[in-house]
Design a protein. Structure first.
Length: 420
């Protein structure tokens, strides 16, 4: 591909820092559903509970309330609808972490060891690598959706991630632009060292490989001027522009509104945000965002069983209250895939090593809201590289731009440790 491996590897670490810290930040608004609905009795779990840890980004400046919403909804569904794990309910040791502090992650890891959890679920933790020595020594596997910390995602020992690596979203997005014959792109991000590394060392070289002219601009994290940002993006009328990462949904909302106000006509890209779809209504049409799982605005396009499962997830998430959106659905599907995979496994042991062996042995496994998974790769902790790039097609509706999943180029991903 003509990109030096060392350069890509270094840039990949930056991708994780930017994606993780930015994407896990606080949502200032709630996008929960419209209230409780009656749920028919299901298969209630009994017996001794199975303790599971959760690294929950609920503290500090980078909170993500959707993780709590997804966890609460998933526990209700798992314990009272599908019979827990082999008939036993799960009990979550919910430990709040500060996504900017490795010390809080270390504290939670020690708490999990003391509590005797059999696995630790990663709630999109930017500092998850700080926990790995403690968890590995105690035989507690880390299980997640996306390894937002690339140091965690670069290795395979004692960890499994059901979703794609962070780099897959970047590569998949650029591939989609190329396929649509869109050859100019301007993206803005917080003025942080990691952001500069991503643009300079990864995004720009990848753009050159694909024939896309990539430009970048930066804003002060504490107080972006959205009109100025929108004007910068619109300058020269690039085919696509927006945010590769976002500190919260409110940032996406304001930038999208500003881009519309300056009459920008290109494709607006808004990272993993979802709230803008409701906030902008018809004005959101044409904007794009990414996800590892199917989300409610795209339910009409979702294949089975994701369509049916999405209706179930939406019902339980609505009943849980609180913040919904991408992180709630990602967390819900993480918990459910964890429980269902272990229930279907042959092992009757519920220990860390047995759990790790079962999950790494998953082959052609249909995930709850995402693609089929093949885990246990020698070079990657991720069970898939497939990602979804959604485009708003009508008022409060989205559809994948390619009709389904995008599989990023293996030739590019293999240059990034742990990505393929």
């Amino acid at each position: 591909m003509g990109i030096r491996t060392g350069r890509i590897a270094a840039a990949a670490l930056a991708v994780a820092c930017v994606l993780s810290v930015a994407s896990c930040s606080d949502d200032s608004k709630s996008d929960a559903g419209g209230g409780s609905t009656a749920i028919a009795p299901g298969n209630k779990a009994t017996g001794a509970p199975i303790k599971i840890g959760l690294f929950n980004p609920s503290k500090g400046p980078a909170t993500q309330a959707g993780v709590t919403t997804g966890k609460n909804a998933a526990v209700e569904y798992i314990n009272n609808q599908i019979g827990g794990i082999k008939g036993r309910p799960i009990e979550v040791v919910d430990c709040g972490i500060d996504n900017t502090s490795p010390e809080s992650t270390i504290s939670c890891a020690n708490q999990f060891v003391q509590a005797g959890v059999v696995a630790a679920l990663d709630g999109f933790n930017a500092e998850s690598s700080a926990a790995m020595p403690i968890l590995t020594s105690a035989g507690i596997p880390m299980v997640g959706q996306i390894p937002f910390n690339t140091a965690t995602g670069a290795l395979t020992e004692n960890r499994v991630f059901f979703g794609p690596p962070p780099a897959a979203f970047l590569v998949g997005f650029l591939q989609s632009l190329k396929q649509a014959n869109k050859t100019t792109l301007t993206l803005v991000n917080s003025d942080l060292p990691q952001a500069h590394q991503v643009f300079d060392n990864l995004l720009t070289p990848l753009g050159k490989q694909l024939g896309i002219d990539v430009k970048s601009a930066y804003y002060p994290p504490a107080g972006p001027n959205f009109t100025a940002l929108a004007t910068t993006i619109a300058d020269g009328n690039p085919a696509a522009g927006g945010l590769m990462t976002a500190p919260n949904d409110n940032t996406c909302n304001k930038l999208a509104q500003a881009l519309r106000s300056v009459k920008y006509t290109g494709t607006i890209f808004l990272a993993a945000c979802t709230e803008f779809i409701d906030t902008l209504g018809a004005q959101a049409v044409g904007a794009q965002s990414y996800s590892p799982v199917w989300l409610p605005p795209a339910i009409e396009s979702a294949p089975e069983p994701a369509k049916t499962n999405l209706k179930t997830a939406q019902q339980f998430i609505d009943n849980a209250g609180g913040t919904a959106g991408f992180y709630a659905y990602g967390t819900f599907s993480l918990f459910v895939d964890f429980a269902q995979a272990l229930s279907a496994g042959a092992s009757t042991e519920v220990t860390g090593p047995a759990i790790l062996a079962t999950l790494k042995g998953l082959t052609d496994y249909q995930s709850f809201l995402g693609p089929k998974l093949n885990c246990g790769k020698a070079t990657s902790p991720n069970c898939t590289t497939d990602m979804l790039l959604f485009e708003v097609t009508a008022d409060k509706k989205t559809a994948p731009v390619t009709g389904g999943y995008i599989t990023p180029s293996p030739e590019v991903l293999k240059l990034i440790p742990g990505a393929a």
